[in-house]
Ligand binder design. Sequence first.
Ligand code: ZN
Length: 283
Amino acid sequence: MVEAEPVRADIGVIGGSGFYSFLEDVTEVIVETPFGSPSDSLFVGELAGRKVAFVPRHGRHHTVPPNRINYRANLWALRSLGVRQVLAPCAVGGLHPELGPGTLVVPDQLVDRTKSRVQTFFDGEPLPDGRLANVVHTTFADPYCPTGRAVAVAVARGHGWGRVMDGGTMVVIEGPRFSTRAESRWHAAQGWSVVGMTGHPEAVLARELELCYTSMALVTDLDAGAETGDGVNHGDVMRVFAENVGRLREVLFAAVTALPENDGRSCLCSGVHEGWDLGIELP
Ligand SMILES: [Zn+2]
């Protein structure tokens, strides 16, 4: 069912149909933003009394590659429905042999190695709708919500997920190609943990919108430098993700119900712009 009326949600999940398709009474909501259209409609359902809005990051038919996702529209659309906390499952490659397929990493740091993506709402240009946001430099030393991270780690361990890494650094590459062996070895040598293609600018755009953002990174492969075979390929990634989507969904839903109420947030995320004039109202 497609709704034109305002539908509200508390918590956002950026992830595909494997996470929401079996929920009862899912409402499809078409949201337009000043930055264009999100990757797809948003799908709003209820989970233990919490309203959850899902946005399929790559579109419902997986047609949008990481480098062409309208990250600004996805985050803006979630916030405009009322979302203040975001859980972001994603597939990543492990950069060290001990971070093999099936490991769940809840990173606490990221490194941006993307090249072509707009990564701010505050770039000194008028919004497409004519409003002008001020130039704002957002605190990003700790890119993830500490509360959301603690919840994600606790529920994953509580569900008996064998390998959960609390912390670690996700390096985000431009994609859609995978890394060369040299790039992969270099990433590993820096001490970084996992490599992905979507974690940035998602995290910083969430922070700019004062959203709590928590990455839940499922390792689907050992990246090119960490193995001796042919290197990672798309089929392996999809297969391992599919094998784990059921338990990832369980953990994700448990995390949704364990997050604090939106107006009870005490983390840095909600007040990151306190005292600053943004020039625009956030949605
Ligand atoms: Zn937070």
